[in-house]
Design a protein. Structure first.
Length: 258
């Protein structure tokens, strides 16, 4: 059974003190890390302090971005080597906002994914609904061209360490309404694509998250879907009580499955 993963993406919100205070408050209220993982993606300058505050609680501290190069004359970039040394365990790569606002391409995200895997930092690869139809043996197959371009060259051993986040462009941003049925269909097609490219056994082990307008009211319906293994939460994760409520609602889904 794939372990659920609930990730808060704070984007450019919260300073160091606010981030550390949040970690200290949520730490004693986290679910059993053997049953559910919880992570927080914060601004780079807060990450080392958050790692220290999280201690051995099981809370995953996540970077929002990183460069493909480990070191060198790249002013303003974030080193994966530095993230690994700081104890950061996950890094988001290819987020839709990075693509839209900063011109990141499949090729650049691909390089970052390879670098993260080589440094032992688990990449959370973000992808939107870009897909193409292919006919194989007279059957129509939907292929996520964007995702598979990013995964090109990722080995069988490496793909097992990857987390994927499906972020359809129609659902990213405040004021939108996440559709659990459409979210499941996207995640199912991603899993099908992974199965056809690697194997069904590997696809069954890959965690696929859903990101886009997730809130306390819809998280239970979303995470209850068979191919959705967690969520990437934006604005709704900034408030501690709100985020805890979402974690609690996700846990209720797990209890109902037993």
């Amino acid at each position: 059974m794939r372990k659920p993963f609930i990730v808060a993406n704070w984007k450019m919100h919260k300073n160091v003190k606010e981030s550390v205070d949040f970690v200290k408050q949520i730490k004693p209220k986290l679910p059993d890390p053997k049953k559910m993982e919880v992570g927080i993606a914060a601004q780079a300058f807060s990450l080392p302090s958050m790692v220290e505050a999280a201690g051995k609680s099981g809370l995953r501290i996540v970077a929002q971005n990183a460069a493909a190069e480990y070191s060198g004359p790249y002013t303003g970039e974030i080193s994966l080597r530095g993230l690994a040394d700081a104890g950061v365990s996950y890094v988001m790569l290819g987020h839709i906002e990075r693509r839209r606002l900063f011109g990141e391409t499949n090729a650049s995200v691909h390089k970052k994914v390879q670098a993260a895997l080589q440094r032992g930092v688990t990449p959370i690869i973000c992808t939107d609904e870009t897909m193409v139809q292919q006919v194989v043996n007279d059957e129509i197959h939907y292929v996520f061209h964007q995702l598979m371009t990013v995964l090109h060259g990722v080995s069988l051993d490496q793909i097992k360490r990857v987390v994927i986040s499906y972020e359809p462009s129609w659902a990213v941003g405040a004021g939108q309404h996440a559709n659990p049925t459409l979210a499941e269909e996207g995640c199912r097609l991603i899993r099908q694509t992974i199965a056809e490219y690697y194997s069904y056994e590997i696809a069954d082990k890959i965690r696929i998250l859903y990101g886009g307008s997730v809130n306390p009211n819809n998280i239970k319906d979303i995470i209850n879907k068979p191919d959705i293994d967690g969520v990437l939460i934006g604005r709704a994760s900034l408030d501690l009580d709100n985020f805890l409520k979402m974690i609690s609602n996700a846990q209720l889904t797990l209890k109902e499955e037993k």
